[in-house]
Design a protein around this ligand. Structure first.
Ligand SMILES: Cc1cc2nc3c(=O)[nH]c(=O)nc-3n(C[C@H](O)[C@H](O)[C@H](O)COP(=O)(O)O)c2cc1C
Length: 212
C-alpha cells in the first residue's frame, strides 16, 4: 500500500518524477530515441529517468513464489517511486512486443503488490511504417487499464515513418512530433499532480482474485 499524501494548500509543488521505458531491446531503437527526445521537451517542473528492459527475465510464477529477481525488484521500485510513467512501444504484428507485456506482468505481481496502481501513464510509439504503432498503443492501453493506471491519451504521439524523423545522431527532427510530445508530457505532468493532490488512493480494482 502506498498512501498518497494530500498536498497542503500553499505547499511548494515538487518536481514530477517520470519513469520511462521502451518495449524494444534494440540498440538504435526508434522508441528509445523517442524517449530520449522526450527528455528535451519536458515541462520545467518534471524530470525523466529512463530504464532498459534488458535484464528482466521471463515471467514464471514459480520464480515469483521463490523470490522476485533483483532486476524485477529494481524495476518495481522505480515504478513505485515515480509520479508518472512514459512507455514507448514498437509495434510487432499489430500488437506490442512480448518484452513489454512480460515486464508489465512482473511489475503487477505479486498479487496485491501491483506497482502500477494509481500511476499516471502515457504511451507513445514509433515505427518505420505508415501507421506509427497505433494498433500496438490500443492493445497496450487495454492492459494498462487492467493494472489500474490513469491513462493520459492526448495529444496522441504516434510516430509513423520514424526512419525519416530522426537525424544521424538520433535526435528527433520532426517539428509536429516535438509539438505533440511536448503537449503529452505537459498533460502527463498535470495528471500526476492531480493524482498527488488526492487524499485517498483508489481501491484496487483487479477483479480476478486468486484463491491460494
Ligand atoms: C516481429 C516484428 C513484427 C513487426 N510488425 C510490425 C507491425 O505490425 N506494424 C509495424 O508498423 N511495424 C512492424 N514491425 C517493424 C517495427 O515497427 C520496426 O522494427 C521498429 O523499428 C521496431 O521498433 P524499435 O525501432 O523501437 O526497435 C515489426 C517488427 C518485428 C521485429
Amino acid at each position: 500500500m502506498n498512501p498518497i499524501q494530500p498536498v497542503e494548500e500553499g505547499e511548494a509543488l515538487k518536481s514530477i518524477r517520470i519513469f520511462g521505458f521502451a518495449g524494444s531491446l534494440r540498440n538504435g531503437s526508434y522508441n528509445k530515441l523517442l524517449l530520449r527526445a522526450a527528455r528535451e521537451l519536458l515541462p520545467n517542473d518534471a524530470q525523466l529517468e529512463l530504464f532498459d528492459l534488458d535484464g528482466i527475465p521471463l515471467y514464471n510464477q514459480d520464480t515469483e513464489v521463490h523470490g522476485i529477481p533483483e532486476s524485477v525488484k529494481r524495476f518495481k521500485e522505480k515504478i513505485e517511486s515515480a509520479d508518472a510513467l512514459l512507455i514507448a512501444t514498437p509495434e510487432y504484428n499489430h500488437s506490442y512486443p512480448g518484452v513489454l507485456k512480460n515486464a508489465i506482468d512482473w511489475a503487477s505481481r505479486p498479487y496485491g503488490r501491483n506497482s502500477f496502481k494509481d500511476k499516471a501513464v502515457a504511451v507513445i510509439s514509433a515505427t518505420p511504417g505508415a501507421f506509427g504503432g497505433v494498433a500496438a498503443q490500443d492493445q497496450l492501453k487495454q492492459v494498462l487499464l487492467a493494472v489500474n493506471t490513469h491513462l493520459v491519451v492526448t495529444p496522441a504521439v504516434i510516430v509513423a515513418s520514424a526512419h525519416q524523423k530522426f537525424d544521424q545522431q538520433g535526435n528527433l527532427t520532426d517539428e509536429d512530433t516535438k509539438q505533440f510530445l511536448t503537449g503529452l508530457l505537459s498533460n502527463l505532468t498535470e495528471q500526476a499532480r492531480l493524482l498527488a493532490s488526492r487524499s485517498k488512493p483508489t481501491v484496487e480494482n483487479i477483479t480476478i482474485r486468486e484463491n491460494r
